[in-house]
Design a protein around this ligand. Structure first.
Ligand SMILES: [Zn+2]
Length: 403
């Protein structure tokens, strides 16, 4: 085994990180011999495979943070080959227990200035036990511009033994000034087979179920696992995909839209409720207040601020859930279109292939294209903060089977 085992379908990225970890070892050895120090030997522009600042990008679900953590482990590894996955350092990094890998992952909308200052402080320390001080920011896109500027200097001239690893969905999610100081590593959408294999090996999923889940999630690793481990998730997905087919009237379409938006709200609320309560309790404790007690006027602004943040997050969660539903619907009509055109691309919804075949036979490619267009349009409207119910109603009306 090695730390790269769970970095699925990313051979090119793994090779880059492997080479970097090996070059980093050479630099550490030189440092030990009283050489010129790591700063000079691993500079960004000198052609070395190792550098001090990394930007790891890749589409959601492609495994950015898993790849970044594997790289951090390889840097700290004391085994024969960097990233052996068996030495204490490798295991500690992967379990989150290594004192020299500082990981910042947030559920919050924004990483605060205080949090970034803490990280910069951590970056200034020398390693306790490891070879490097690794600062890993998993949601670097959640930084306000002002906050990012504070980070800039530390990324530009880190102490010689410090490595920054920033993760974002795309390189455009950070300021150009940050981007230009980092070496860019881009993950691809992993092949469905590789995702399925991971679900079998790591999560103990049945191979047939794992393949179905990997395809249905379109290789989004987190969603694939969700589908492979939660039968309720399949049922929700199935209901969603079958809903438009059974619509008989505009009235039906309006009801179906309400169902879909309700379900998204419930799912988003379930995902956020527990965290909201914990955050509020923590804030009240920090302010020296009791949960459920009266908040004195002087402290109300802080409590209100938190509640506002939580409301924003709930909206974002609902938008995410609805967007996911749109992607699922898109996949269904793309499957339909593929059958109509006799294309041999892999189907996403293999569990619904009979329904796909039926719809494909009863409509034409022109209709499928119109439906795909309608879904894309609805996605755009949802992202631009249109009233979700209106956008989804308009969509359902257009997806309705035409007599
Ligand atoms: Zn190791």
């Amino acid at each position: 085994m090695s730390v790269w085992d769970d970095v699925v379908g990313q051979e090119r990225v793994v090779n880059v990180f492997r080479a970097a970890a090996e070059a980093a070892r050479v630099a550490v050895a030189a440092r030990g011999r009283g050489g010129s120090g790591a700063a000079e030997s691993v500079g960004a522009g000198d052609g070395s495979a190792m550098t001090h600042a990394w930007l790891v990008t890749g589409p959601p679900g492609s495994g950015r943070s898993v790849a970044a953590r594997a790289f951090a482990a390889a840097l700290q590894c004391t085994g024969e080959v960097p990233g052996c996955g068996e030495c204490k350092a490798c295991r500690d990094v992967l379990s989150g227990a290594h004192p020299d890998v500082v990981r910042m992952a947030t559920e919050k909308l924004l990483i605060t200035m205080d949090e970034v200052k803490t990280l910069i402080g951590e970056a200034q320390r020398r390693p306790w036990t490891g070879s490097w001080r690794v600062i890993l920011v998993e949601d670097a896109d959640r930084m306000a511009e002002r906050t990012t500027n504070v980070l800039l200097k530390s990324i530009e001239e880190p102490p010689p033994q410090t490595v920054w690893i920033l993760c974002t969905p795309s390189a455009d999610d950070v300021l150009p000034t940050i981007r230009s100081r980092c070496r860019l590593v881009t993950l691809r959408v992993p092949p469905a087979d590789a995702v399925a294999e991971l679900l079998v090996r790591r999560d103990g999923a049945e191979p047939e179920l794992a393949t179905r889940a990997a395809r249905a999630s379109q290789s989004h690793i987190g969603l694939a696992r969700h589908l492979a481990t939660d039968p309720g998730a399949w049922e929700r997905r199935r209901r969603l995909l079958l809903a438009p087919i059974s619509l008989r009237s505009v009235g039906d379409a309006v009801l179906a839209a309400a169902d879909l938006v309700d379900a998204a709200e419930t799912e988003a609320a379930e995902a956020t409720a527990e965290r909201d309560a914990a955050e509020k309790a923590a804030l009240l404790r920090a302010l020296g207040l009791e949960d459920g007690g009266r908040v004195p006027p002087s402290l109300r602004a802080q409590v209100r601020q938190l509640e506002e943040d939580q409301k924003r997050r709930a909206r974002r969660a609902r938008t995410d859930v609805l967007d996911r539903a749109m992607i699922d619907l898109l996949s269904f009509y793309r499957d339909v279109l593929a059958v109509q055109l006799g294309s041999d691309v892999e189907q996403v919804n293999i569990d619904l292939s009979d329904v796909v075949a039926r719809v494909a036979a009863s409509t034409g490619p022109r209709q499928s294209l119109a439906r795909i267009g309608a879904i894309e349009e609805c996605r755009t409207r949802l992202r631009s903060n249109a009233a979700p119910l209106l956008a989804v109603e308009a969509l359902m009306v257009r997806l309705r089977p035409q007599a």
